[in-house]
Design a binder for this molecule. Structure first.
Ligand code: ADP
Length: 225
């Protein structure tokens, strides 16, 4: 049986987190838990949470930690995630979220935290051409569109430019990433969980690097333990 994994993926907007997380979730047969996708689902269904979240999301602001951690807490303590693990995408984004995540997962810690690194000029280029499926969140781009007429190859949904992929909202999210999320790199380095992966090159090449890093860590743990 393929072993599961308990993974957090960090990386600035446009680093390819969403794309890699979908691939990793298939590879390890664990759910892809994306806070952005969950929140966009709430907005689309006009739930109270979605109505509250929408304008902050459109401006590129972060939502309150307690609201995010309640949503994530429910998901990472369900049967499937408890049993096999998860690929966590978009959370934690602040030190407070990271500490709350540790508490929620106790006594089973994370296996690894992947930091996908892509230079800022390159992410800005990727974000300008990024397109997503409104239904399932699959990622496309102007140079790599779906097969037919901006209709999602996976689920048939409409493929559009995200409302928060405007120049201003992108800049705000990148600034917040530096201020709030980059300190997580230090925290997870101290916990000996962080692996930095070069996120440039083809999606296949990046997936191979990530899977290689996870396999290495497992081999080391087996030897040590
Ligand atoms: P991106 O990584 O491109 O900024 P996401 O899809 O991960 O986009 O998230 C979209 C928006 O949802 C964020 O800009 C923010 O408003 C909100 N959000 C998602 N995850 C979190 C989180 N962990 N904490 C606070 N806000 C979040």
């Amino acid at each position: 049986m393929v072993p599961g994994v308990r993974l957090v993926v960090l990386g600035k907007q446009g680093a390819g987190k969403g794309t890699q997380c979908v691939r990793l979730s298939h590879h390890y047969v664990v759910p892809h838990v994306s806070t952005g996708d969950m929140l966009r689902g709430e907005v689309k269904s006009r739930t109270p949470l979605g109505l509250r979240a929408r304008s902050a999301m459109d401006r590129g602001e972060l939502l309150p930690d307690d609201l995010i951690m309640e949503m994530v807490g429910r998901r990472v303590t369900e049967g499937d995630t408890r049993a096999r693990g998860f690929i966590l995408d978009g959370c934690p984004r602040t030190i407070a979220q990271a500490k709350e995540l540790e508490r929620l997962l106790d006594p089973d810690p994370l296996d690894l935290v992947i930091d996908l690194e892509v230079p800022t000029p390159q992410v800005l280029k990727r974000l300008a051409s990024r397109r997503v499926c409104v239904d399932c969140g699959s990622n496309y781009s102007v140079p790599s569109p779906p097969l037919t007429n901006w209709t999602c190859d996976v689920c048939g949904g409409e493929v559009i430019q995200r409302e928060d992929d405007t120049e201003e909202a992108i800049q705000r999210r990148l600034d917040l990433y530096e201020a709030e999320t980059a300190p997580l790199v230090k925290l997870y380095t101290e916990r000996d969980l962080l692996v930095t992966i070069n996120g440039t090159g083809s999606p296949d090449a990046v997936t191979r690097r990530v899977v290689g890093a996870i396999d290495n860590k497992r081999q080391m743990m087996r030897r040590e333990g």
